[in-house]
Design a protein around this ligand. Structure first.
Ligand SMILES: Nc1ncnc2c1ncn2[C@@H]1O[C@H](COP(=O)(O)OP(=O)(O)OP(=O)(O)O)[C@@H](O)[C@H]1O
Length: 688
């Protein structure tokens, strides 16, 4: 197929240079999308139908829809891409095509016309196994898929992989939900939220390619290292055009050089700030005190102040952006002049109205009544001038709250201000009040639980006429403004009608580990269901206490390094997760011991498999083996205990095959409790 595209001769089909260039570019992209990926097989599944898909058994064969693969070969092969043979007949069907759906959804209860489902297993690109399910055979027992387990446990090198071969039915329902609706997915660690979000984009691009090519798609993640980790999934599925960004990058209209104390950031992220900004902006509209007088030729036309005021009032009452209303005002005023002219016996046409709209008197009136406003300057004044803030925050923010929001000392200009990340969101809100933000066709918002209401609004503006996939876990919220209710969050996003779905089956973390981590749930997110892991892995958890050596943490460092070396004895990636404050010391210890390590976001390779991860960056990432250093320090690194325990919950749930927890200080009580004692610690450990 690639050679076919490369061999196409364009000289005859394009009439001009521009068309030829466009076509050439499209072909280059097609060739890129058809690239062979090492170790990525062309197909991973097969469906044998009882009859052609879509056929109605009650109708004669001749009246059936044509069988897409021809009657002689009733099997459908399912793969990452559509593949056809030399004459254009399909050989492999794209996993997103409607006929592929039974591969993911058919069950004994509802076989969807499928007699046999075969899953193929590969090792390094070579076909090494297959698994059959005879969906119409009542005698055949249902078994858990070994291939699924192997796929999850396949050692990780490099970035996140796709899961097309093993998408589970409840995941598939989300992946294939339509473009029209916003979906919100609550799911514990490792339930596949990120995977599902990315596959949904791939699906939507397949099902609505033209529309989304016009409107655009965007994946939003918490930080750059996370985005690096996931950035290969869509290209591997042949989708090269999806953009990625963090929320901070989306709202980067001012340079962020400052930080906020938590109380200030909390207030700046509060949805009440949107109303403060709206009021402050609209206060710039000043009702006229003078009549508008336009001189044309020898005549003067006079619009009394009350009439101008009516026009202004009408524009204010309409739900228009400040800038759009400002742009409309000259024409409205010109129209009023035109009416006067007609009453005066003239017969002005549209050109006259345009000319009047450009008349210096009209321009001057507009400037005075509806002055241009720079969004950053508006926020600069609000955060810098006590009276200005008080005037517009009255009844919304208390005096103390206003004081907390204000800068300690005002800045002189937009350039010199030390904007914080929360300030930048306010500027973005103000900018949208002045001029509507462009909306994309679809936005995937991952790790949404950490967004403030104002950040949800910033994301919502970018999908105001499109739809969104919102992914998150309330138990992993680690910001002071973390989401408490998905309904509220969706309201701020402007998609209150979204479906909220829950994923409870856990794929990443083995049962032994997730059960241990879930002991924290009652204190960090009461009411949330524990993740139900699909995998048992005896021996995957070890908790070791290192004897307290007083001030010196050398013994702990040595034990941690030992655990890393042990983990690196296995294939795949190892993550050493530690409180941010412990990272420099561990980095030095690793270097002194001659153990190389990466930072999050740097790609693991066969040679470099250890990543030193500050707990604050662990969210969303995963490693085959995790060594967790000093849980008490992870908890203490956060401003309050609940946030600390949530950070710890995130750190405890990053491992696919094994987790070693090493501590010198006491563990949080829920984890120290010896019920369900984990596997006996390996090596020379002291009992807890
Ligand atoms: N159906 C599946 N088949 C194979 N692997 C899967 C499946 N679903 C999820 N996984 C794997 O489980 C791991 C966790 O998935 P993912 O990162 O999407 O979870 P998450 O819910 O976003 O987790 P977190 O809350 O920790 O960010 C990944 O390695 C992913 O590939």
């Amino acid at each position: 197929m690639r050679e076919d595209v490369e061999g196409l001769d364009l000289s005859d089909v394009t009439a001009n240079w521009v068309n030829a260039e466009v076509l050439r570019r499209q072909m280059a992209e097609r060739v890129k999308a058809l690239a062979d990926l090492a170790h990525t097989p062309l197909f991973f599944g097969r469906l044998d139908h009882r009859q052609a898909p879509g056929a109605d058994p009650s109708r004669p064969r001749a009246a059936q829809p044509p069988d897409p693969v021809g009657e002689a070969e009733p099997s459908l092969y399912i793969g990452r891409r559509h593949v056809h043979d030399a004459v254009g007949d399909p050989m492999v069907i794209d996993w997103r095509a409607p006929v592929s759906q039974p591969f993911y959804r058919a069950s004994k209860k509802d076989p969807m016309g499928v007699a046999l489902r075969r899953r193929f297993g590969y090792t390094g690109g070579e076909l090494t196994a297959y698994e059959d399910e005879h969906l119409l055979d009542p005698a055949e027992e249902e078994r858990a898929s070994r291939l699924l387990q192997q796929e999850i446990e396949r050692p990780r090198v490099g970035p996140m992989r796709d899961i097309v071969a093993t998408i589970q039915p409840e995941q598939d329902e989300i992946v294939r939900s339509g473009l029209g609706g916003t979906v919100c997915v609550q799911g514990g660690p490792g339930t596949g939220k990120t995977a599902v979000g990315l596959h949904r984009v791939a699906y939507l691009l397949y099902a609505h390619r033209e529309r989304l090519a016009r409107t655009g798609t965007l994946v939003i993640g918490p930080n750059r290292s996370f985005l690096h980790y996931i950035e290969q999934v869509l290209p591997a599925l042949g989708e090269l055009e999806v953009k990625q960004a963090t929320v901070d990058e989306l709202v980067a209209r001012v340079e962020v050089r400052g930080t906020d104390e938590a109380p200030a950031a909390l207030l700046k992220g509060d949805a009440r700030m949107a109303e403060v900004l709206r009021r402050a902006l609209r206060a710039h509209v000043t009702p006229p005190t003078e009549p508008l007088v336009v001189v044309r030729g020898s005549r003067r036309w006079r619009i009394p102040a009350y009439e101008v005021e009516e026009i202004v009032g009408e524009l204010l009452a309409r739900d228009m952006r400040y800038g759009a209303a400002r742009a409309a005002l000259p024409q409205r005023l010109a129209h009023a002049v035109l009416v006067r002219m007609e009453q005066g016996g003239e017969a002005p046409d549209d050109r006259v109205q345009d000319a009047v709209a450009r008349n210096p008197a009209v321009k001057a009136a507009v400037k005075q009544i509806w002055p241009p406003v720079d969004p950053a300057k508006l926020v600069l004044r609000l955060l810098g001038e006590a009276e200005f803030l008080a005037a517009h925050a009255q009844g919304l923010l208390s005096a103390e709250e206003q004081a907390a929001v204000r800068w300690a000392k005002p800045y002189r200009s937009v350039r010199s201000a030390k904007w914080s990340a929360a300030d930048a969101v306010l500027v973005d809100e103000a900018a949208d009040l002045v001029e509507r933000t462009h909306s994309l066709g679809h936005v995937v918002l991952d790790e949404a639980q950490d967004l403030s209401p104002m950040q949800y609004r910033a994301v919502g503006r970018r999908c105001s006429t499109g739809s969104a996939t919102v992914l998150g876990d309330l138990a992993q919220g680690t910001t002071p403004w973390a989401t408490r209710s998905w309904r509220d969050a969706l309201g701020h996003l402007g998609h209150q009608d979204a479906h909220v779905e829950e994923l409870t089956a856990g794929f990443r973390v083995p049962r032994e580990v997730i059960t241990y981590a879930s002991r924290l749930l009652p204190s960090i997110a009461p009411g949330l269901a524990e993740v139900d892991s699909v995998r048992r892995s005896p021996g995957s958890l070890s908790v070791r206490r290192v004897p307290d050596g007083g001030e010196d943490s050398g013994a702990l460092d040595a034990a941690v390094l030992g655990a890393c070396a042990e983990a690196l004895g296995h294939e795949g990636s190892t993550g050493l997760i530690a409180a941010d404050s412990r990272v420099p010391q561990l980095a030095a210890a690793l270097t002194a011991a001659g153990i190389g390590y990466l930072s999050p976001g740097e790609e693991t390779t066969a040679e470099a498999r250890l990543t030193l991860v500050p707990a604050s960056l662990a969210k969303g990432l995963e490693y085959d083996y995790v060594v967790l250093d000093e849980p008490a320090a992870v908890v203490a690194g956060e401003p309050d205990e609940r946030t600390g325990l949530r950070r710890l919950y995130v750190a405890l749930t990053r491992a696919v095959s094994g987790l070693a927890v090493l501590h010198r200080a006491e563990l949080p009580p829920a984890l120290a409790d010896p019920r369900e004692e984990p596997d006996p610690p390996a090596g020379a450990d002291t009992p807890r």
